[in-house]
Design a binder for this molecule. Structure first.
Ligand code: ZN
Length: 501
């Protein structure tokens, strides 16, 4: 390997290792750390953050990249070296374009608004955070303007997590999806609602955890290269391709919580564990985009984990875990319970069909704010109006309305919400492609065998990590650009059958 490339790899590995150390500290903070550790931990995290950022914006790294960039025309585009230069240059550019003074101004503001939001949400009153959110909007616009040449002001914010995605691509897709979803939700809610009583009752924590682990193992989660713990909010983190951690949250009065959060996070983890081991310790050892990552958690959680085929195999096992609660419940009743559709006010409680309506309205509102078409002072009213239009519900207060999600109160306005729905759209597009390549997958799932699906995903998506941009991975894996049709087909087929529409 060229000396300069070796130097690049060495620098990148130092940054990756600092980030991994940071991830260990954060993981511990959310799982095992006693409350007394909070202050010291905050300090330790801040210092590692600073060190890794300093290494990333080091002008020596910039010089090295300038010298290496011409190599991109000589190296085969599919080589690890070419990918490393491309990804390192992108990360470097993203980091150096934002002045450090702005970053500290933003982070100071973020801790202020976050604290105010916690209080406002408890008091269910948007008014006190309104001026602070105006400041967030201003800062979000300023952040976008460090990346001139965009078509839409939200594009640079979206690009940070979803490389290559733009408002011009997303807006028409979401518009079409909304037109499909609203009548589907109307049709479903005109039918009698299924009973999900079988998911509610008393379920021992230990047994729920044991069952969840068994499911995760069957899906292909490698416990010699990962583990599961508990945390208030489930998440997945990685300290290296050989150490991928997931967490879950158990509710003893609701079976659906730990079960589906475990499958969801296991989906993220299968992606991380499936990355080419040669990429370990480099920035290539990560998901290609936020949406693509989310597509994998959703694919395993919903297209696999909420399918009838899956439960043909697992329901008898689950009944053996909980004979008193589920012994007399039929597979059909259980399948209907886990797929119950019910318009609600809270995004995180939403079912598969209504979920995207929650996300898309947030996306539209943040775009309107960034465009200057919606003022922060009118946000609460605009929010409530969209809930009335799209879900037929009116939030009784801001706590159940505009204050419910942490996102706008802990980061930018714009750049995050789209990835949830893009992930859902992609989950179906990718699952369809896997079935086209191997029509035996549903039969295997019915037998509790996920190997063919897992292998296909590994071969076509996971192993690449960030070697190629997400848009290229999607195109080569599915043969198509991002499209909503497979997702709409999936939802309509499944829910027409479930609700006899
Ligand atoms: Zn997720």
């Amino acid at each position: 390997m060229n000396l300069k490339l070796r130097e690049l790899k060495k620098r990148l590995t130092e940054i990756s290792d600092l980030k991994a150390a940071l991830a260990v500290l954060s993981w511990d903070q959310m799982t095992l750390m006693p409350p007394g550790g909070a202050e010291a931990r905050g300090r330790q995290i801040a210092v590692l953050n600073r060190l890794s950022h300093e290494k990333l914006i080091d002008s020596e790294l910039g010089k090295l990249l300038d010298e290496l960039r011409p190599l991109l025309t000589e190296l085969p585009p599919e080589s690890e070296e070419a990918a490393l230069i491309r990804v390192a240059a992108r990360d470097y550019e993203q980091a150096v374009k934002v002045p450090p003074s702005f970053t500290s101004e933003f982070s100071e503001h973020t801790s202020k608004i976050y604290t105010a939001w916690v209080k406002a949400r408890t008091e269910r009153d948007f008014k006190p955070v309104e001026p602070l959110l105006e400041k967030t909007l201003e800062l979000s616009r300023r952040l976008a303007n460090f990346f001139p040449g965009y078509q839409h002001i939200a594009d640079p914010l979206i690009d940070q997590l979803d490389e290559g995605m733009t408002v011009a691509i997303i807006r028409p897709l979401f518009g079409k999806l909304r037109e499909e979803l609203i009548p589907l939700v109307k049709a479903i809610t005109s039918r009698p609602a299924p009973d999900d009583f079988c998911l509610r009752g008393q379920f021992s924590e230990a047994k729920q955890l044991e069952f969840g682990l068994e499911v995760a193992k069957s899906l292909g989660f490698d416990f010699t290269r990962g583990r599961q713990d508990q945390s208030p909010h489930p998440f997945t983190t990685s300290f290296g391709i050989g150490d991928v951690r997931i967490t879950t949250r158990v509710r003893t009065d609701f079976l659906g919580e730990a079960l589906f959060s475990t499958i969801h996070e296991a989906g993220h983890a299968l992606y991380e564990q499936g990355i080419n081991p040669d990429f370990d310790g480099t920035p290539l050892a990560d998901g290609a985009s936020m949406s693509l990552h989310e597509s994998q958690s959703r694919l395993w959680e919903n297209l696999v984990g909420r399918s009838r085929n899956f439960w043909e195999h697992f329901f008898p096992k689950l009944q053996r875990f909980f004979p008193d609660q589920l012994g007399a419940v039929s597979l059909d009743a259980f399948y209907r319970a886990i797929n119950k559709v019910e318009p609600s006010l809270i995004r995180t409680d939403a079912d598969e069909v209504t979920y995207n309506l929650h996300v898309m309205l947030r996306f539209d509102l943040e775009i309107e704010m960034l465009e200057g078409k919606l003022a922060v002072k009118d946000l609460s009213e605009a929010w409530n109006e969209r809930y009335r239009q799209d879900l037929g519900l009116l939030p009784p207060d801001d706590g159940l309305g505009v204050l419910q999600d942490v996102h706008w109160y802990s980061g930018t306005i714009g750049g995050y919400f789209q990835s949830y729905t893009l992930g859902n759209i992609l989950s179906a597009q990718i699952f369809e492609a896997a079935l086209r390549a191997n029509s035996g997958i549903p039969v295997e799932i019915k037998a509790g065998n996920f190997q063919s699906l897992h292998q296909w995903l590994k071969r076509n998506i996971y192993r690449f990590g960030r070697q190629y941009p997400a848009v290229e991975i999607i195109k080569s894996a599915t043969g198509r650009e991002l499209e909503i049709e497979p997702y709409v087909r999936y939802l309509k087929t499944k829910y027409r059958e479930l609700y006899s529409l």
